[in-house]
Design a protein around this ligand. Sequence first.
Ligand SMILES: [Zn+2]
Length: 423
Amino acid sequence: MAVVVVATVALTRANAVPMAEIAREYVRLALALGQHDPDFVDAYYGPAAVKAEADAARLSLDDIAKTLTTVTEWVKGVPAEGRDELSQLRHQYLLKQLSAMGARVRMLRGERLSFDEESKALYDAVAPTYPDSHFQAVLDRLDKRFPGAGPLVDRYDAWRRAFVIPREKLDTVFTAAINACRERTMKHVKLPPSESFTVEYVTNKSWSGYNWYKGNFTSLIQVNTDLPIYIDRAIDLACHEGYPGHHVYNALLEQHLVKDRGWIEFTVYPLFSPQSLIAEGTANFGIEVAFPGKERVAFEQGTLFALAGLDPARAPEYYETQTLVDELSYTGNEAARRYLNGQMDAEAATAWLARYALMPRERAAQRVRFFDQYRSYAINYNYGKDLVRRFIEARGGTAEHPDKRWQEFTSLLSSPRLPSGLR
Ligand SMILES: [Zn+2]
């Protein structure tokens, strides 16, 4: 039915398609694509009628591709005059999101893209490349911290075992972490009064944590307990999945764009799209916004270590080492790039991650399973965080100006800005 409508609407400037109709068609297409790709629709809380229509139409990938071209022309045909900044961002956002959906359709039809071509097409960004020597310099510094024989990953892992949160204390520690992240966020961000979340502990996933946004300002946060959870993951996950990360990002988009402006395209979150770089980049940078370095160590030492039954005196030692290990974060991109470009098989990528990312074998294998499922999505975490940081600092939101940093951060969370718009 709607495919016929698409084919017959006249495309003249004088007769531009209304944005509300474009937004509805965008949602319908995202949901249609979700029928071919179970990971594609990360969240949907829009009109049930659009979902029912998408379900009933059962569009083929060819139908989706053709309609994407038409809807892209509709967006281009909307006059630019009189748009405020947010409306301009909306316009650019729709074009890039539609283009990414087109790329995902081509991938599902079997087209092979290189890692960088894929990340450009899906996430509007290409992450920098580093040689092994870049990471080796960090490993050499870590090697001095853990002298001895055998692979560095084993020495690092043996030291780190003293910082695992015991399974029976996990919920207590995680609850304390998320309460602290929420309290800090609420001092700076006006959240809808009814916002809330629930937490679940799950197993057998390729990720370590996940936020499932349900609409009406509610989230389900899942924590994967397949592998040992180290103490730093409590604040990392609580900020990243909850406050001021994914839960806050989704709630602010729902408040400002969906409820205030009626822009229903934001009721669907297509996972393999530029929106994900903003989502992951803000969720990771948000950890530092809520818990700047020294404040974090103080909170860990004063509260979380004791709750986890760990020795609080060792908190500074732990975070000094982890700050150095964080410099290895781009190893994830290198392993994914080489693996997905066919330069390494799964076994070689696992071994490379053990050596260069200091991941024990099981964790490295979990990471390779993540690459199989999510592919170049890997860049959204580290490169996304760096792009978000540079954008916010360029606008004055530096660590020395925490109020300004919160203000710029909140404004980014409330707007449809694109990765290429962060540069
Ligand atoms: Zn995330």
